[in-house]
Design a protein around this ligand. Structure first.
Ligand SMILES: NC(=O)c1ccc[n+]([C@@H]2O[C@H](COP(=O)([O-])OP(=O)(O)OC[C@H]3O[C@@H](n4cnc5c(N)ncnc54)[C@H](O)[C@@H]3O)[C@@H](O)[C@H]2O)c1
Length: 378
């Protein structure tokens, strides 16, 4: 018999509704051990609660998160709210005895992330953090190629680069929102917004930054406030983190992580590459079907493989069909549910609290590096 995971959502905005959409097509997962049911939703906005009324399993719609947390029909809570509310609400979820899928960055800063990690440990609840791109077929192939068992096939590792690029902020007339204000997004700015996505695979593969030199940029310092005036836009727009990591017994390999809201032309471009003297591997969501593999033979070449729908958790979707954002978000939730039920069976799992704290340690060090114009040791 399948285990039932009853989910409550706190924060029904962009990501809360994305989660609802993943649950709505849960049946595409084949022979999956967990059934999921969205039972309760909390948001402050009436229009959003109204949107969730179209989902028949949702029995509780509320503006009061305490009401959702006291519901006996909720096992797991997905919290997708602004960063300044993470610590408070995540701790309340744990205190209510519920399991948690937290949104990144897992607290507004390092201190908050550490508190949440401690509370998670003390509570014994199952806690993971959201980061979906590694669940696409291309990144899964990168993880396999760079795994401890296979990385020697790449020869001596030359460098590792990963990033996440957006571009809509290049438009100075784009109105301000909470993600562009330190008080809601955090001092780490774009690193809190996009950084966990760049860190997930390196952290999972054990590439822990030893030192960082960061270059942070604030390009637009004001934006329209939507009421005819201007509001301060005080978050970092772009961040370049130059790190040293140890990889498979090789010391001080350069690893560059890029998080950019101002990357000309990029809509939601997540990418990673691992380069070695004998081989390499590269993937970007800009070309979601393409896996690039470097082969050093008599001639050197970058080979392109046309990827299909080879997802970690099999689905009914045709094997040659291309995968996109809703697919990897569904797969991430499948990974959460499988691990929640003790059925992950060695597959790639969601970000752990320890990995989320590691990302915050890096971002805090990056802030210090930029401020002091020095290389900071972690
Ligand atoms: N995994 C991803 O790819 C991804 C993408 C975007 C955002 N995020 C993360 O998801 C989280 C939410 O971002 P978003 O883009 O969905 O934001 P959003 O602004 O679209 O939604 C946030 C929602 O939270 C609600 N809210 C605020 N305070 C609340 C409270 N006290 N109780 C209940 N609801 C409350 C708001 O009304 C809003 O609907 C953030 O942590 C963000 O970093 C993750």
């Amino acid at each position: 018999m399948k285990k039932l995971m009853r989910v409550g959502i706190i924060g029904g905005g962009l990501m809360g509704r994305e989660a609802a959409s993943a649950f709505a097509r849960w049946f595409v997962l084949q022979n999956f051990p967990v059934k999921v049911e969205l039972t309760a939703v909390c948001d402050l906005q009436e229009s959003l609660l109204e949107w969730f009324r179209q989902i028949p399993t949702v029995k509780l719609l509320t503006k009061d998160s305490a009401e959702l947390l006291s519901s006996p029909n909720v096992d797991v809570v997905y919290v997708a709210v602004p960063h300044n509310l993470h610590e408070k609400i995540y701790l309340e979820v744990l205190a209510a005895g519920k399991d948690l899928l937290a949104e990144k960055p897992f607290g507004i800063d390092l201190a908050a992330a550490r508190k949440i990690e401690e509370a998670a440990k003390a509570s014994g609840r199952f806690v993971r953090c959201s980061s979906e791109f590694p669940f696409l077929p291309g990144p899964q192939r990168v993880v396999a190629a760079a795994s401890p068992e296979n990385i020697s096939k790449l020869g001596k590792v030359l460098e590792i680069n990963a990033g996440f690029w957006h571009a809509s902020d290049l438009d100075p007339t784009k109105p301000i929102n909470w993600k562009r204000q330190n008080q809601f997004c955090g001092e780490i700015g774009v690193m809190g917004d996009l950084g966990m996505h760049a860190v997930h695979i390196p952290a999972r593969l054990g590439w822990k930054p030893k030192r960082v030199h960061a270059q942070l940029q604030k390009i637009y310092t004001q934006r329209p406030d939507g009421k005819g005036g201007l509001a301060a836009c005080d978050t970092w727009d772009n961040a370049l983190l130059h790190c040293d990591v140890d990889v498979a017994g090789q010391s001080d390999i350069p690893m560059r992580l890029e998080m950019k809201r101002l990357a000309p032309g990029a809509t939601n471009t997540w990418w990673i590459e691992v380069l070695g003297t004998d081989g390499g591997v590269r993937f970007s969501t800009a070309e979601p079907k393409s896996l690039w593999t470097f082969v050093r033979g008599k001639e050197q070449c970058w080979q392109r493989t046309d990827l299909g729908h080879g997802m970690p958790f099999p689905v009914i979707t045709g094997g040659i069909f291309e995968a996109g954002f809703p697919d990897c978000f569904l797969q991430m939730w499948a990974a959460y549910a499988a691990e929640w039920a003790g059925e992950l069976n060695g597959k790639f799992g969601c970000v752990t609290p320890g990995e989320a704290v590691l990302s915050h340690e890096l971002f805090a060090a990056a802030l210090k590096s930029h401020l002091t114009k020095t290389v900071v040791t972690l």
